[in-house]
Design a protein around this ligand. Structure first.
Ligand SMILES: Cc1cc2nc3c(=O)[nH]c(=O)nc-3n(C[C@H](O)[C@H](O)[C@H](O)COP(=O)(O)O)c2cc1C
Length: 373
């Protein structure tokens, strides 16, 4: 190791240890508000009405694994679209079965359906994919109807939150509200209960397994956007802000580390430390289950998750999906042994109240980038 590398690694270690609480007033502005200013969404596309463009913009604010945004939209006509699964955006190592791709597409569909109502359309959706790897997944037909007043800001303001969760148990009324939105496919395990402890342990164990897996790390590195130029160029993936590496640590990582460093020991060690700290915080775990594993089940489950996630901010509840347990063989095996068949966990979510809800930071590709005419 030369002197520059040594210095680089030592500073990285120190700043990463300082973690998210350090210098919260980050050393840069929020690119999300700069590049995706809501007032700027008067964009157009030759095959879409202005309302159609906006509906797809709101749909694209959906969450996705690694912020891979695995969707494309084929425009058949102004009121007939096909939502597709973009194979160049699949996470072939950690999500080899495309389970998370379809959950993410489900979240996209939910935003689309809700946004369509606001612009005076009922979006009729039909799942057409038979297989998890089919490129065309859901057809959408827009039928003119009376506009409904659904708060679009929920889509704009929703975000994943991983830090500063309080340990206070979730209120029964909040659990009941969430449960209704996911059609009762919800389980809550408060922090400190045996099951919550098991879930925390599995989250850490399976995270470590993944961090030891060179292919999984290479995939994560591929989806990591550290430099501001890359963030602007790709508008997807894992950014320092999205990973909640803030303040001086974020500044250091953005300026002195590159994607190769994501696979290095410092990044891995600090990542594990961070996860170990995170699972000790919060009100426990929510699990969203499904009865089956078909494409339709997964799209529906992604929609349910999103319905719930869209109301989390007004409840001051942070939601942090921790998916490694569902991705790794060891996690899957332990889950199978501990659950009845017919109740398949699809989302493992660490949750907790916040005192202050942070603004969204992850970027999205502009609508015209994911349209295929
Ligand atoms: C199916 C799915 C799985 C996810 N798994 C994880 C995860 O394991 N760890 C994590 O930190 N975030 C996870 N996320 C959150 C995404 O990283 C996040 O949605 C994405 O980066 C966009 O950020 P946003 O939710 O703040 O808009 C997951 C999201 C989805 C939809």
């Amino acid at each position: 190791m030369n002197r520059r590398d040594f210095l680089k690694k030592s500073i990285a270690a120190t700043t990463l240890i300082a973690g998210p609480g350090f210098l919260l007033s980050s050393c840069k502005g929020n690119l999300r508000s700069e590049l995706m200013n809501i007032d700027k969404i008067s964009g157009t596309h030759k095959d879409l009405d202005p309302a159609g463009y906006k509906i797809l913009y709101y749909a694209s604010l959906a969450p996705s694994g690694h912020n891979s945004q695995p969707w494309f939209v084929r425009i058949i006509s102004k009121t007939h679209w096909i939502i597709g699964s973009d194979k160049d955006r699949w996470l072939r190592t950690v999500d080899g079965s495309n389970r998370e791709v379809l959950l993410s597409l489900g979240a996209f569909v939910e935003n689309l359906v809700q946004a369509a109502r606001v612009f005076g359309y009922t979006a009729q959706t039909t799942v057409i994919a038979k297989d998890r790897f089919d490129p065309e997944v859901v057809t959408v037909r827009l039928l003119k109807t009376k506009a409904t007043d659904i708060p679009l800001h929920r889509m704009v303001d929703r975000r994943t939150v991983k830090s500063h969760m309080l340990s206070r148990e979730l209120k029964v009324s909040d659990i009941n509200d969430f449960s209704k939105l996911v059609d009762d496919h919800l389980f809550y395990f408060p922090a400190g209960t045996h099951h919550a402890e098991l879930m925390a342990k599995e989250a850490v164990e399976n995270f470590k397994i993944q961090f030891d897996n060179e292919k999984a790390m290479a995939e994560a590195a591929d989806w990591t956007r550290l430099r501001e130029d890359d963030v602007k160029k790709y508008r997807d993936g894992l950014t320092t802000d999205g990973m909640e590496i803030t303040g001086l640590a974020g500044w250091y990582v953005r300026h002195f580390m590159d994607n190769k460093d994501v696979m290095g020991k410092t990044f891995r060690d600090k990542g594990i430390e961070k996860i170990e700290k995170q699972v000790k915080q919060g009100a426990g775990w929510l699990v969203i289950t499904s009865a089956g594993n078909s494409v339709t089940d997964l799209i529906e489950t992604g929609r349910r998750f999103q319905r719930m996630a869209l109301t989390a901010r007004e409840k001051m509840i942070a939601i942090h999906p921790m998916t490694q347990t569902l991705e790794e063989q060891q996690g899957q095996k332990n889950i199978k042994e501990n659950h009845d068949t017919g109740m398949i966990p699809q989302f493992m979510l660490r949750v907790g109240y916040l005192d202050r809800y942070p603004d969204p930071v992850t970027l999205r590709r502009p609508v015209e980038w994911f349209i295929k005419s």
